[in-house]
Design a protein around this ligand. Structure first.
Ligand code: SAM
Length: 281
């Protein structure tokens, strides 16, 4: 379960240099976040299209057959958080401190499922190691796939721990779990409470991209986003006119779930929203 996951106590404690070594020392933080990124298809597709944009995927695998081991790679990314918590931030959860010193095979209370996020980490590491830089790349452009990373996290609980206020320009919810039964709707990734968090991490003008093959879920997500005062609907046509066509193409068909829907000749329902400026921002 996710209660044993370790989280950065605040975005300043997220060690971006460890996630994006080529951007170490630049102070840059992720701009694109793929929530429930699954096997990472969107990130992998977008990485070469936006080589100067840092992207982060979050995945909380619910695969019951997943391996049980600690997310050591993530925990060891944050030693600074333990040594030096940012001002005004409450002490980190005890599992964070304990797990920092844990042996990967004997985690104290940290039996978590990491199969999918581990797969994506390995996939990114392999792409970084094997992809040559394009011949026309400028010397300032980071090497291929240096701009993409993944963390294992429950985005429904700790999103603002990862992203500073108004830091994201794109937030993706692609083929999220539908949670069909009414009593399970509270587990959906779009709810009024969570929308407040999404509005917090998105900058004015930033876009929320949602897509699903479940019409009921599409209507649910669109209705909640429409009702939220800090988001306004934006059409696919408008986004394409603004040059976001390559992003939309990836939203439709780069993810593993999107490809599966295509194979099964299912429908895809897209709904996009723009974060609007609020007077108090
Ligand atoms: N977006 C991917 C795609 O299109 O292929 C994956 C879609 S899959 C149906 C939903 C994903 O969301 C799963 O990988 C699941 O583990 C992840 N997920 C579900 N709840 C989550 C949460 N609270 N935080 C992070 N990821 C979550």
């Amino acid at each position: 379960s996710d209660h044993a996951l370790a989280y950065p106590p605040a975005p300043a404690a997220l060690d971006c240099a460890a996630l994006y070594p080529a951007s170490a020392g630049t102070g840059r933080t992720p701009e694109f976040a793929d929530i429930g990124c699954g096997f990472g298809g969107l990130l992998i597709a977008l990485a070469p299209l936006f080589p100067d944009t840092l992207m982060l995927g979050e995945s909380a695998s619910s695969n019951a057959a997943a391996n049980r081991r600690t997310a050591l790679s993530i925990v060891t990314s944050w030693p600074r958080a333990v040594a030096e918590p940012p001002k005004g931030v409450p002490p980190a959860a005890s599992c964070f401190n304990e797990s920092r010193n844990a042996h990967p095979d004997t985690p104290p209370g940290m039996e978590i499922r990491v199969q999918v996020s581990q797969y994506v980490q390995d996939r990114i590491a392999a792409l970084r190691a094997t992809t040559p830089a394009p011949p026309d790349a400028s010397p300032d452009t980071p090497a291929p796939y240096q701009n993409v990373a993944i963390v294992r996290a429950n985005a429904m609980k700790f999103l603002p721990n990862y992203f500073p206020k108004a830091s994201l320009s794109a937030l993706f919810f692609l083929f999220p779990d539908p949670h069909f039964k009414a009593r399970k709707h509270k587990a959906r990734i779009i709810t009024p409470t969570l929308l407040a968090e999404y509005a917090y991490v998105l900058r004015a003008g930033g876009i929320v991209y949602t897509i699903t093959d479940v019409r009921d879920l599409h209507e649910w997500m669109a209705a909640h986003l429409e009702a939220f005062p800090l988001f306004e609907p934006v059409s696919e046509e408008q986004l394409r006119a603004e040059g976001k066509g390559p992003i939309l193409d990836a939203v439709y068909s780069s993810t593993e779930e999107g490809k599966k829907v295509e194979r099964n000749k299912g429908d895809k329902w897209l709904a996009c929203f723009r974060r609007i400026e609020a007077s108090r921002d």
